[in-house]
Design a protein around this ligand. Structure first.
Ligand code: ARG
Length: 565
């Protein structure tokens, strides 16, 4: 049990307040001179009919001081707890060692299922950098929820249905060459798609033809269906190559096409509930009460759209998984879309719609180039990943020319650097992609954190000592104390990341951990001659703990560690 909890438990017993009320009232004073934890007694004054100061004094008297608390003081209606550094270090390290890799885990998710939909690229279009943002965020969120005991399901809602397939089929029939396509499927299919758009500007009949092909596809026509399948398969092969590089897998690839036969039901329910109204030939759900434009369900030619499929998907997921949360990691430009479909689902099915959450994120900018798929001017994700790996390889060639497995190391560090960049800030902020920042081994970067880990591992390898039974109470320097305190807040950081769907809390946590570890390491001799054997053991124990937590936290970001770099 963590210290705050232990203190809160006692205070709850002494005051008669609910444990939850007490724990949320206990705070960390902004000024360390006021102690390590503080309990404000003001809210008790009315209930107990005494002044806050008197209550604080009374509690200070009655409380059974735990070993890790050196002294308790009262000041201005607060009860302030000062930890004893040695006692604190001893209790914490004991706890770290008992938990090992499980440190920070919790069971808040027991019996609850969280769906994380992420990545969701579009078939026959490039997997672009925005999809990578979604992939990094979703992958991390899934790991965070699992860590907290939730059952998770990773869903890739592929964009594998819709009128664009009509366009692609039309373009393919006109200009497609299977041999050329097989060489570089997505780039070639994209070229066809772009060409279609150009030619349709001159020749609008092309659009009619495309609509007709999509209608045929929706009706299950054999020829168009087999082309569609072919596009889907060759695209998936490419996407999976990227997922392999990132070490990411999915539980479900049920994308938009999976719902193509599940939309009649949506239309039926909407009709039954009187929610479907006609508007300029199309069928829509009116959302004016919610101050939103209407949500289109059927186009005037009777075909369904993106939103219809999303509504069917929400219904399906509810039935199949009975989710606690159904998370959609999709860029901010689709915010309104999700608000609309959640509203429609709520009108159709009621309360559970509230458990659908859109987790949005900002744009990714390469200095002065906005990314788009329409005009073909795109930065391909696979190229970005490869470039990061090769640049990393170059940097490490200089700094550690004797590395045993430089390719594998560069791969993990290079990919980690990209993932780190996506998870570095509040997700709604735009990202400026800069190689210099991303691969700055001394700045706030993935490589910096990974390097701290490798540094710790190297000391442990060199020492070869057993340190589990060390006297941890020797760890009382400022650097040691700060590091131990920070390690102990790991569970809180992960829980906050889940509550806000913001992996950056874990990223910030691990970056600070690496900094504090380096600070400790730089001023605390460990393997040097003359270090007291007991102190050396205790410090090694702290190094070991720090590396375990760095690895765990990086793991939650989807970043692998390396033993040497
Ligand atoms: N395929 C879409 C795109 O690339 C993202 C899908 C988002 N998920 C959803 N359920 N609508 O923009």
């Amino acid at each position: 049990m963590d210290f705050k909890q232990q203190i809160a438990k006692q205070l709850s017993g002494l005051t008669g307040l609910e444990y939850d009320t007490v724990i949320s009232a206990v705070e960390t004073p902004p000024d360390p001179a006021l102690g390590d934890l503080a309990f404000p007694c003001f809210p008790l004054a009315r209930i107990m009919r005494k002044s806050p100061a008197a209550i604080a004094a009374e509690l200070a008297e009655k409380i059974d001081r735990p070993e890790f608390v050196e002294r308790i003081e009262t000041a201005g209606g607060y009860l302030n707890f000062f930890y004893s550094r040695g006692g604190y270090a001893k209790a914490q390290l004991k706890e770290f060692f008992e938990a090992g890799e499980n440190y920070g885990k919790s069971n808040e998710g027991d019996g609850k299922t969280v769906l994380v939909e992420f990545s969701s690229p579009n078939i026959a279009k490039p997997f672009h950098i925005g999809h990578l943002f979604s992939t990094a965020l979703g992958n991390s969120l899934e790991k965070i929820y699992s860590f907290l005991g939730y059952k998770t399901v990773k869903i890739n809602h592929l964009g594998d249905w819709g009128t664009q397939f009509g366009k692609l089929i039309s373009a393919y029939k006109r200009w497609g060459d299977p041999k050329v396509i097989e060489n570089d499927p997505i780039k070639e299919l994209l070229k066809l798609y772009v060409r279609f758009h150009e030619e349709a500007k001159e020749n609008p009949e092309l659009d009619d033809e495309a609509r007709e092909y999509f209608r045929l596809l929706e009706q299950g026509d054999e020829d168009t269906t087999s082309l569609w399948k072919y596009f889907r398969e060759i695209s998936l092969v490419e996407f999976k190559r990227v997922y392999d590089m990132l070490n990411i897998s999915f539980d479900s690839y049920n994308g938009e096409s999976f719902y193509s036969d599940k939309m009649d039901e949506v239309v039926e329910i909407l009709k039954e509930k009187g929610l479907l109204v006609e508007s300029e030939g199309a069928m829509v759900v009116d959302l004016s009460e919610e101050n939103m434009p209407p949500c289109m369900i059927l186009k005037s030619n009777g075909t369904t759209i993106y939103a219809t499929r999303d509504i069917a998907a929400a219904l399906y997921r509810h039935r199949t998984y009975d989710f606690y949360k159904n998370i959609y990691v999709v860029g901010m430009p689709q915010e309104l879309h999700f608000k609309q479909i959640f509203s429609v689902v709520e009108k159709m099915c009621g309360d559970w719609a509230k458990n659908c959450v859109h987790v949005g994120f900002g744009l990714v900018k390469f200095p002065d180039k906005k990314l788009s798929t329409r005009d073909g001017d795109v930065v391909f994700l696979e190229d970005v990943l490869k470039e990061s790996v090769s640049k990393t390889r170059g940097i490490m060639q200089e700094s550690s020319p004797d590395l045993e497995n430089p390719d594998e190391t560069a791969e993990k560090v290079g990919i980690g650097a990209v993932l780190y960049t996506f998870l570095k800030n509040n997700r709604e902020k735009d990202i400026i992609f800069s190689w210099d920042t991303m691969l700055d081994f001394e700045g706030e970067s993935g490589p910096y954190v990974q390097y701290s880990y490798a540094r710790g591992r190297s000391i442990l390898r060199r020492s070869g000592e057993d340190f589990q039974c060390a006297d941890f109470s020797l760890l009382t320097s400022d650097e040691e104390y700060e590091l131990i305190k920070h390690i102990s807040s790991y569970g809180d950081a992960v829980a906050t990341a889940a509550a806000k769907n913001e992996p950056f809390y874990v990223n910030r946590y691990v970056t600070t951990l690496a900094k504090l570890f380096n600070k400790f390491y730089n001023v605390s001799p460990i393997l040097k001659d003359g270090v007291e054997p007991e102190l050396k053991k205790a410090r090694l124990a702290l190094v070991s703990t720090a590396t375990i937590i760095i690895k765990s936290a990086l793991g939650l970001l989807g970043i692998e560690t390396v033993e040497k770099m």
